[in-house]
Design a protein around this ligand. Structure first.
Ligand code: PMP
Length: 404
């Protein structure tokens, strides 16, 4: 028995009050709960200042709020606050690591990604390969859109220094068997970075237990504000990494010729950080830590199962992700024969259903799955089964209309 009720949860999201809106683009950006809006307003009104360590009340209040936000995010990840670096999003977290590694890796080294990646966990590594001659390897995907773990041994070679893969695909919903990836990486002494953008919104994590070394995600998909993200790194790894952006607030001492840098996490937070964004994300983490996640995950899984079953039954509709619900997030992408995804999503919006169309920043994945684009429904805790049923009817109608 659970006290989780999506209809009650919904009421905490003022953005969902718009009549007729069925927000099913949560993998792109989720809506924010009142608790986050309240925290943002409270911060801006009562604690707005910079975090320079200046001993006046507003600076101290801002610093306290920023520190509390870091502690809340750390609790959500089950890690130490000093291992939590605030960034501007998942993209900026991954770029931070890739840019920083340019000082550590060269032509003798390999970074392994996968065909499942969002461009933000592919292009930073392509750039590193171009700049430093680092070799790039890619783990293939299976026909149902999962990492092909059977190929790990052959792709993760002895020269591999980092395996950077998604924790959950933003297209196929496939969740990675992290233990298998970590085992292959450990066997050759490589680090593991997980792109957690699509996993972080679905409940608190135990990052040390997961076994990875670095973890990136975005605030705006995790019920927080835009413009804030997180890079978690094991202490030894962050201590070993040089800074990415340089400037104010991240130094130990500076002369006209050189600089030495502060310890993590400040070493990686040059300039005035996104303080309000961090406060908002901290509030989202605090709020999320109070929820019944086993019940929410069961609910999100029911929505996913209903969407998969319904879409599969429609003529000429092909799903791009696995059909089984084990290790699978609530992301359902599909292609409809003879109908382009942009036109379909535009048509669905007229009925109030907000879905994403396109390649979802995963062009190589779409290419290997034999689709140039797809439509994607992605669920959050506040979505209801009636919305899935409504979507299925709307898709059925839209397909008839668009194929006519
Ligand atoms: N990785 C994955 C799997 C994603 O889904 C996204 C967002 N679409 C990102 C990375 C990038 O996140 P952001 O745009 O917030 O930096």
């Amino acid at each position: 028995p659970s006290d989780f009720d999506p209809r009650v949860a919904r009421r905490q999201f003022p953005g969902l009050a718009e009549p007729g809106l069925h927000y099913l683009d949560n993998a792109a950006t989720a809506q924010v709960p009142e608790a986050v809006l309240d925290a943002l307003r409270r911060f801006e009104v009562e604690a707005r200042g910079n975090v320079h360590g200046t001993p006046h009340r507003r600076s101290l209040a801002a610093q306290a709020a920023y520190d509390a936000a870091r502690a809340a995010v750390a609790a959500y990840l089950n890690v130490a606050p000093r291992e939590v670096v605030f960034t501007y999003g998942a993209t900026s977290a991954i770029n931070l690591v890739a840019d920083s590694l340019a000082d550590r890796l060269g032509p003798a080294d390999r970074v392994v990604v996968s065909w499942l990646e969002h461009h933000s966990n592919l292009l930073p590594w392509q750039k590193l390969a171009r700049r430093r001659g680092v070799r790039l390897g890619a783990l293939p995907v299976t026909a149902e859109g999962r990492l092909d773990l059977a190929r790990l041994g052959e792709v993760v070679r002895p020269d591999t220094r980092l395996v950077a893969v998604t924790h959950c695909s933003n297209v196929t919903g496939a969740e990675t068997d992290v233990a298998a990836v970590v085992e292959a990486a450990r066997a050759v002494g490589a680090l593991v970075l997980l792109d957690g953008a699509q996993r972080a919104p679905h409940g608190p994590l135990d990052l040390p237990g997961l076994g990875a070394d670095l973890y990136a995600f975005s605030g705006h998909k995790t019920y927080g504000p835009t413009g804030i993200g997180v890079l978690w790194g094991r202490s030894e790894v962050l201590d070993w990494l040089p800074p990415f952006m340089v400037g104010g607030q991240m130094i130990r001492s500076v002369t006209m010729d050189e600089a030495s840098f502060a310890d993590p996490p400040r070493r990686f937070e040059a300039g005035t950080p996104p303080i309000a964004g961090a406060v908002g994300l901290g509030a989202a983490a605090d709020w999320a830590l109070g929820l019944d996640w086993p019940a929410i995950r069961a609910h999100e899984r029911r929505l996913t199962a209903r969407a998969i079953a319904g879409l599969r039954a429609l003529p000429g509709v092909r799903l791009l992700g696995p059909l089984d619900l084990e290790r699978r997030g609530p992301v359902v992408s599909f292609v409809a024969e003879g109908v382009d995804s942009l036109g379909l999503c535009r048509r669905l919006d007229r009925d109030g259903f907000a879905l994403r169309s396109g390649h979802h920043c995963a062009q190589p994945l779409h290419a290997v799955l034999g689709a140039s684009s797809s439509a994607r429904a992605s669920f959050a805790l506040y979505n209801e089964e009636s919305e899935v049923d409504g979507l299925l009817l709307a898709v059925e109608r839209a397909l008839v209309e668009l194929r006519a």
